[in-house]
Write a protein that binds this ligand. Structure first.
Ligand code: MN
Length: 161
């Protein structure tokens, strides 16, 4: 290999590396920070789109509280549901929606903390373009954890009220 060819190869590699880096930055624009493992894909019975859940705290006789993480890909959301003892959400990254039936849809984002009262029909999930990382806390699990209801339609998801 002549020096000239070696130099050309080196220049070519440098250019490729730069192009690849720019491509990665572009595709990583909305990549969310994951604190906890992604967990298992949520059942289509309870979720629309791709949602992943992992349990972080199991309830026991001393702490009757559940906690875990859910990652919603863009466009993914839970079905309508209720919690017999309410729920607290802590958003650790991304942008999403929290909708209590009869109330305006709430935009939720990294750093938000949301209390959902007991026994109200509601759903939560990602925004269409940006995913959502949420921690959930369910207190007083002796009263129950969740009652699953029907899916959120595309019309309900894209409507602002
Ligand atoms: Mn909920």
């Amino acid at each position: 290999m002549t020096l000239a060819v070696a130099l050309l190869l080196l220049i070519g590699q440098a250019c490729n590396t730069k192009a690849e880096k720019q491509e990665n930055v572009e595709s990583d624009k909305y990549e969310l920070n994951a604190i906890f493992p992604k967990g298992e894909k949520g059942s289509e019975e309870f979720f629309t789109g791709n949602a992943y859940a992992i349990r972080l705290v199991d309830a026991d006789s001393i702490h009757t509280t559940l906690a875990g993480n859910v990652y919603f890909e863009p466009g993914a959301r839970s079905n309508w549901h209720t919690h017999p003892s309410g729920q607290i959400l802590i958003i650790t990254d991304g942008v999403g929606y929290h909708k209590i039936e009869g109330q305006p849809m709430e935009v939720i984002k990294k750093g938000d903390v949301i209390k959902c009262p007991p026994n109200v029909r509601h759903w939560h999930g990602a925004s269409p373009d940006v995913g959502l990382q949420q921690l959930y806390i369910i207190p007083n699990t002796e009263k129950g954890i969740v009652e699953w209801l029907e899916p959120v339609t595309d019309e309900q998801y894209t409507s602002n009220n």
